[in-house]
Design a protein around this ligand. Sequence first.
Ligand code: NAP
Length: 531
Amino acid sequence: MSLTGNHLIAGIETPATGTPFTARNPATGATLDGQFADATDEQVEAALQAAEAACDPLRLSSPETRAQLLDALADEILALGDALLDRAHAETALPMARLTGERGRAVHQCKMFAGLLREGSWLAPRIDTAIPDRQPLPKPDVRQVYSAIGPVVVFGASNFPFAIGVVGTDTVCALAAGCPVVVKGHPAHPGTCEMLGGAIARALEKVALPAGSFSLLQGAGHALGGALVRHPLTQAVGFTGSLKGGRALMDLAAARPSPIPVYAEMGSVNPVFLLPGALAERGSSIAEAYLQSVNMGVGQFCTNPAILLGLNGPGWDTFTQRTAELASGVAPATMLHQGIAEAYEGGTEAWKRLPGLQALGQSTTAADPAKTEVPCQIFTTSIDQIENQETLHREVFGPCSIVAPCSHRDELLRFAHSLEGQLTASIHGTPDDLADHADLIHILERKVGRIIFNGFGTGIEPCPSMHHGGPYPAASHSFFTSIGTASILRFVRPVCYQGFPDPQLPAALQNANPTGAMRLVNGTLTRDPIA
Ligand code: NAP
C-alpha cells in the first residue's frame, strides 16, 4: 500500500504543504517511504470547522448507527491486513507478535464500545417524576442523561500505535459518545497513522455518518498540538504520553479564554512492595516475573515497575541475587525511536551520578546504537536515598528499575506516604501478609489508580472495571480512566430536562424507555417503562 503523506480532513485527502518530515526505522536507521508535513493553521481550521458541522448529526445519530460504525471500523482495521502490521513494525520496531496482539485489542475495543452503545445503560438516565400536589410546593418532573460534548482532539502514544493510537480508545470512545474527533498523528509512526485514518473514513462512509466526524492531521512539532488545543471549537482533549507533554497541553487548555478539560494519562513509577511471607516463599520466582515485567516491550510501558521495595532478610537476598543474574542475561533491544532511547540513556546516566546508587545487574551484551538498542539496567539503593532524591520518583521510560531493602515495615509505609499519584502499585504477599498490611493498602488507595496483588501493572485488560489513571501526575483527572468502557465518560456531560413533554425528551428519558436501558427512576434502578 503506497502512502500519500496527505492529511485527511473530513474524508478528503489534503496535500501536506507544511514543514516536511519522514519516518525512520529505529532498528536499521533507514528512512521509510512517505513524505509527511506539519499541518498548517488553515488545515487545523478546516478540520475543526468540519468537526463542528458534524457535531449534531453525529451526536443525534442512533446508538445503533454508531455501534455499526464501530463494527465497520473493526472490519476496516483487519482489512488493512499484513500491510498495516509491516508498516507499524518498520516504524516502531515492535515485534510482529506484539503488534498482532495489539491490533486484536484495538478491534476488541471497537466491539466493546459497540456493545456498550447497544445496551444503553452507560448513559445513566435518571428520572424523578413530578408530584404536582406535593406540599408546600409541587415537585417538578426532572430528568437527566449524558450528552456528547463536541469536537475532541486526540494525541496517541508512541508505544501503542493501534490500541492507544489513531483507532485507540480515545478516538473510539469519543465517536461512541457522539463526538467528532481530530487526531494529531504521532510523528514516530505517521505511515501507520495514515493507514488507520483511512480505515475510519471508510467506516464513516459505510454507515453514512458525516465525514467531518473524523480528521487526521500529521505533525512533527509541538506547534500543531498547541494550535489544536487552543482552537475555540475544541471541547476536550484525550492525551497519552509524557508528563512534560501532558502538562504543557493542560496549561495551554487552562489558559484559553474558555478552558477545556485535557484528559492526560502520563508517566508513573508503579511501586512494587514485597511483603515478608512472599519473599520467604518465592523470592526467586518473584524476581523472574519482575524482570519479565521490567523488560516487556523494552520497558516502554507507562505501567513499568520502576521502584521495588522489600523487607530485608534471607528472602530479599534470594530475590536480589536472582534479579542480578537474570538482568545480565537480557539482550539489549531496540526502542521505539531515537528520542526515547536518548531520554533513557540520559535518565539512567543521571541516576548513576547519584551518591549511594549502585548497579545490581545489567545486560552484559553491548547495545548497538545504530539499532537504537538499549540495555536492561537494575539499580539498588537505600530507602533514604529514594525518599530524598526527587529524580528517583520520576519515570525513566525504558527497561530500568530500582530496588531498595527496608529494615522495618514502617519504612515501607513512610515510602508509600511519600508517593505522588501513580497509575498502579503492586503488592506481593501471602493472604496473611495482606491482612497484616491493611495500613499499606489504605495509604495506596489514596495514591494509586489500580492496586495489584501478586502481579505487575504491565498488561492492561480493557474491560468495564478497569481504571487506568490515578492522581496527578499519573493523570490529569483522577476520576477518569483512559482504558475500558468508563473512558467514554470523559467525552459527555449531564444535561438535565425539567418539565419537558415526553416526545421532546431524548429517547433514553422517555416514559416508554425505548432504549431498554437501566435507569434510576424515583431512586430505584429499573428497565421498566413509566406508566
Ligand atoms: P510524548 O512525547 O509526550 O508525545 C505524545 C504526543 O504529544 C505526540 O504527538 C507529541 O507530538 C505531542 N506532544 C508532546 N509534547 C507536546 C507539547 N509540549 N505540545 C504539543 N504537543 C506535544 O509521548 P510518547 O511519544 O508516547 O513518549 C512516551 C511517554 O508516554 C512515556 O513517558 C510514557 O510513560 C508515556 N505513556 C503513558 C501512557 C499512559 O497510559 N499513561 C501510555 C503510554 C505511554 P510532537 O512531539 O510532534 O509535538
